[in-house]
Design a protein around this ligand. Structure first.
Ligand code: FAD
Length: 417
C-alpha cells in the first residue's frame, strides 16, 4: 500500500502525527476546520510537564469531595444537568483513581511522559521553534501542609521511578525565591525539568509552516463525512474531498463523534477550561509559571501577558461558556499575587480537554476498521504528550517491530475488556 495518509485535526496531536509521518517519507494531507492549533491547543497553560507521570485522578478524599460539593472552586466546577450522561465514564474514572490502580496507570502514562522533552526538542529543532520554550520549570504552591507533605512524598516516588527532578521549598524558601507572592503558603515544589511555552499557538503554527514547506497539504475545511472506500478512506468536506489508504483521527474532544458510526464508543468526557490574560503591575514580575493547588488555577507568563488558566469545568461540551470558573480563579489568584493587573482579553477563552475514563490517551489502530487510526484523549497533558504521540503513531503505521514505548496500554479496544 502507498505511504499516503489523511490526518483530521490540526491541534498539537494531529500536527505532531503529520510531521512525524512526513519525516518518514509519507505523503500527508492534514485537515482542520480552523487554522492550525486553534482548538484546545490554543489556550493551554503551555507547560511541558515532565513531572506529570500521574494523570489527574478523581478525588477520593472525603474532605476534598466535600469541598467540591459546594461548587465554589475553580479547580472543579460542574453543571448538574451535564452529570447524568457522564455517569458511565465517571464510574470508570472513579474506579481507575483508586490509589493502587493509579500507580499502575502511572507506569503507562509515565512511559510517554518520560519522552516529552526529547520529542518536543526534536520537533522544535525541525520547525525552528526552540525560542518558544522557556526553561526553568514551574512551581506548585500548597496552602494546606497535608497536601504539601503528600505531594512531596509523591515527588520522591517520581524521582525514584521516573527520574523526575524537583526541589521542595518551605515557606521561607518560597518567599526568598518568589517574593512577589503573598505569604501564607505552607510550602511549594519546584519542578525543575519542565519547559514552558511563551505562546502555545505559535508552536502549532511553526509545525504547520514546516509541514507545508516540506510538501504537506493542509485542507482547511470542516469534515462532513468519513467513508470506507475500497482499501482506503474518503474524507468529505463541503468543497473538497480526499482519499487515502490510511486515516488518522486527531480531533481531540470531537473525535468520539466520528467513531460512533463505526461502532466505537469510548468512555470519554470533556473537562472544559478557560483562560484570560492580564497585565502585571508592581516592580517584580512573576518569572515562571505557578500552580496554586488549592486555588485550582495556573498563572503563566506569556508573550501576550500573564495567562490565568482555570481547572476543570464539568459541563456538556457544547454548553454556553460560563464566567464563573474564571471569576473564581481570578479572585483566588489576586489573593496570591497582588501583581495581577487588568484583564487584556474582551472575554475568557474556552477550551475542551478530551478525557478518558481510565485516564490514558487512546492511540492506535481501530481493529474493526482497517486503515483507521485514533490519537486523542490526552486530557490535561495533550500539549506535553503531542510530539511523543506523533512519534508512536508514525512508528505503528510504519509497522516498526519495537516502537519506543509499548502501545498496548493505549489501544482503542481496551475498554471492551
Ligand atoms: C485551560 C487548559 C490548560 C491546559 N494546560 C495544559 C498544559 O499546561 N500542558 C499540557 O500538556 N496540556 C494542557 N492542556 C491540555 C491540552 O491543551 C490538550 O490536551 C491538547 O491541546 C489536546 O490537543 P488535541 O490536538 O488532541 O486537540 P485540539 O487542539 O482540540 O485539536 C483538535 C482539532 O480538531 C479539529 N476538528 C474537530 N472537529 C473537526 C471537524 N469536524 N472537521 C475538521 N476539523 C475538526 C479542531 O478544529 C481542532 O483544531 C490544557 C487544557 C486547557 C483547556
Amino acid at each position: 500500500m502507498t505511504k499516503s495518509v489523511m490526518v483530521v485535526g490540526a491541534g498539537i496531536v494531529g500536527l505532531s502525527v503529520a510531521l512525524q509521518l512526513q519525516l518518514r517519507g509519507w505523503q500527508v494531507q492534514l485537515w482542520d476546520r480552523q487554522a492550525a492549533g486553534e482548538g484546545t491547543s490554543y489556550g493551554n497553560a503551555g507547560l511541558i510537564q515532565r513531572e506529570a507521570v500521574f494523570p489527574q485522578p478523581f478525588p477520593r478524599d472525603v474532605h476534598e469531595l466535600w469541598r467540591y460539593a459546594g461548587n465554589r472552586s475553580s479547580r472543579a466546577q460542574y453543571r448538574w444537568k451535564a452529570l447524568p450522561p457522564l455517569a458511565p465514564a465517571f464510574m470508570r474514572y472513579w474506579r481507575s483513581s483508586r490509589p493502587d490502580r493509579l500507580q499502575r496507570t502511572a507506569k503507562d502514562y509515565g512511559a510517554l511522559i518520560r519522552h516529552c522533552l526529547e520529542d518536543h526538542m526534536a520537533l522544535a529543532a525541525l520547525t525552528d521553534a526552540s525560542d518558544l520554550y522557556r526553561p526553568g520549570g514551574w512551581v506548585q504552591l500548597f496552602q494546606d501542609p497535608r497536601h504539601w507533605q503528600a505531594e512531596s512524598e509523591a515527588a520522591a516516588y517520581k524521582r525514584l521511578h521516573f527520574d523526575v527532578d524537583y526541589a521542595v521549598w518551605d515557606a521561607p524558601a518560597l518567599e526568598a525565591q518568589l517574593p512577589m507572592l503573598r505569604t501564607g503558603v505552607a510550602g511549594a515544589i519546584h519542578w525543575t525539568q519542565p519547559l514552558a511555552l511563551i505562546e502555545p499557538v505559535a508552536l502549532s503554527q511553526a509545525y504547520l509552516r514546516t509541514f507545508q514547506q516540506r510538501g504537506g497539504e493542509f485542507v482547511r475545511e470542516e469534515i462532513r463525512g468519513l467513508h470506507k472506500v475500497g482499501a482506503g478512506w474518503r474524507v468529505e468536506g463541503e468543497q473538497q474531498r480526499g482519499e487515502a489508504p490510511w486515516l488518522v483521527l486527531t480531533m481531540g474532544a470531537w473525535t468520539a463523534d466520528w467513531t460512533k458510526p463505526f461502532g466505537y464508543h469510548a468512555p470519554v468526557f470533556v473537562k472544559r477550561g478557560y483562560h484570560q490574560h492580564y497585565t502585571q503591575q508592581g516592580e517584580t514580575a512573576l518569572p515562571l509559571p505557578v500552580l496554586d493547588s488549592e486555588g485550582g488555577y495556573v498563572l503563566a507568563p506569556m508573550r501576550r501577558g500573564l495567562r490565568l488558566t482555570t481547572g476543570a469545568e464539568f459541563a456538556r461540551r457544547d454548553d454556553a461558556p460560563s464566567l464563573r470558573p474564571l471569576q473564581l480563579a481570578e479572585a483566588a489568584a489576586r489573593k496570591m499575587y497582588p501583581g495581577l493587573g487588568q484583564a487584556l482579553d474582551p472575554q475568557p477563552w474556552l477550551g475542551h480537554r478530551p478525557c478518558t475514563g481510565d485516564m490514558l490517551p487512546i492511540i492506535g489502530p481501530l481493529q474493526s476498521q482497517p486503515g483507521l487510526f485514533l490519537a486523542f484523549g490526552h486530557c490535561h497533558q495533550g500539549l506535553t504528550m503531542g510530539p511523543s504521540t506523533g512519534r508512536l503513531v508514525a512508528q505503528m503505521l510504519e509497522n516498526e517491530a519495537h516502537p519506543f514505548v509499548d502501545p498496548l496500554p493505549y489501544r482503542p479496544e481496551r475498554f471492551r475488556a
